[in-house]
Design a protein around this ligand. Structure first.
Ligand SMILES: NC(=O)c1ccc[n+]([C@@H]2O[C@H](COP(=O)([O-])OP(=O)(O)OC[C@H]3O[C@@H](n4cnc5c(N)ncnc54)[C@H](OP(=O)(O)O)[C@@H]3O)[C@@H](O)[C@H]2O)c1
Length: 294
């Protein structure tokens, strides 16, 4: 028999899950959110005529799988409330989708006999109306109790994603890594765009001009690994060019100087790992990038 699911917290991720879990053969059993309109929207996304509520425990008690997709800060209290109202069946699986928080945040429902876990899609969900399956081909980190991990693993595969196991006690580092890969990549692109626009390239063309370079770099990392993908003045030990960059940024985009310096210092480490940089040149670059007035 098809496993039933309930979503609690019908925002960006919850609504996408409603739609694609239903599409993957799971049976919607209800939707709950802080506002009834969000719960109704998720039910519509799943094409399901099922109970909706602002009180999670009113809909969770009939589900095999409860997915809590509230903001991270509300996960613990949501689980506590569900447990207080005995809102899960013995043998049910309760999962949350936070990358930073561990499954242990759901401890209260374990006391009702549910297995707890988390399933974190390594993807950025920006809109609720997603016409294409946003889970197809992405990675999903899962952790928790064995029965919950098994269900989370199946869910990921049925959504078209690739599951992998993460360590409960090291989840915060795992999430920090995801933040760097996604959020800090955005910040890095922001810096690059600001500098190219300051150089006179029209803002409307800036991203299109940089995009093949970014894609080529990612492809080089994939094919050759991080150190061998590094090119440019630091990898070449071209101290003069780095000095000229610092002087020009200091004049034309001074608020960007500190970030450029810090990234440069970390880039020296990569260049050293590549093996082409002499100790002397690495030292010169370190001094230059640490000076506060260049
Ligand atoms: N978005 C992403 O890119 C992404 C990626 C990976 C993982 N996640 C994880 O997915 C979870 C949800 O993130 P999101 O981006 O989908 O957030 P979101 O768009 O803000 O949606 C959260 C939903 O939960 C509802 N809600 C808030 N407090 C609630 C409560 N106490 N009880 C019940 N419902 C409540 C909200 O209220 P209304 O009913 O008022 O609408 C909202 O619709 C988080 O754990 C996040 O870390 C998100």
């Amino acid at each position: 028999m098809k496993k039933s699911f309930v979503i609690v917290g019908c925002g960006r991720l919850g609504t996408a899950l409603a739609r694609y879990l239903a599409g993957a053969g799971y049976r919607p059993a209800g939707f709950a959110s802080r506002s009834l309109s969000s719960a109704k929207r998720a039910a519509a996304a799943a094409k399901a005529n099922v109970p909706v509520s602002v009180l999670p425990w009113e809909v969770t008690s009939k589900a095999d799988i409860v997915m809590i997709t509230t903001p991270d800060g509300a996960i613990g209290e949501t689980a506590d409330k569900i447990a207080e109202y005995r809102g899960v069946e013995k043998g049910a699986v309760v999962l949350h989708c936070s990358g930073a928080h561990a499954s242990t945040e759901l401890a209260a429902v374990r006391d009702c006999g549910a297995a707890i876990g988390s399933i974190h899609p390594l993807q950025s969900f920006v809109a609720e109306n997603i016409e294409e399956n946003p889970f197809a081909g992405i990675m999903m980190g899962v952790e928790g109790e064995q029965a919950a991990v098994e269900i989370a693993w199946q869910i990921a595969e049925k959504l078209g994603a690739h599951p992998f196991e993460i360590r409960t006690e090291k989840k915060m580092l795992y999430h920090a890594s995801a933040v760097v890969a996604s959020n800090y990549m955005v910040t890095l692109m922001n810096l690059s765009l600001q500098l190219i626009i300051a150089s006179g390239v029209p803002a409307s063309k800036a991203f299109a001009i940089l995009k093949p370079l970014v894609q080529g770099t990612l492809s080089n990392i994939e094919k050759n690994g991080v150190p061998r993908a590094l090119t440019g003045p630091i990898a070449r030990g071209d101290v003069e060019t780095v000095r000229d960059h610092l002087s020009e940024i200091s004049e034309k985009a001074p608020t960007r100087l500190e970030l450029y310096r810090e990234l440069g210092k970390h880039t020296i480490e990569v260049a050293e790992a590549k093996g082409d940089l002499s100790e002397e040149t690495a030292g010169e670059l370190k001094t230059l990038l640490s000076e506060s007035d260049s």
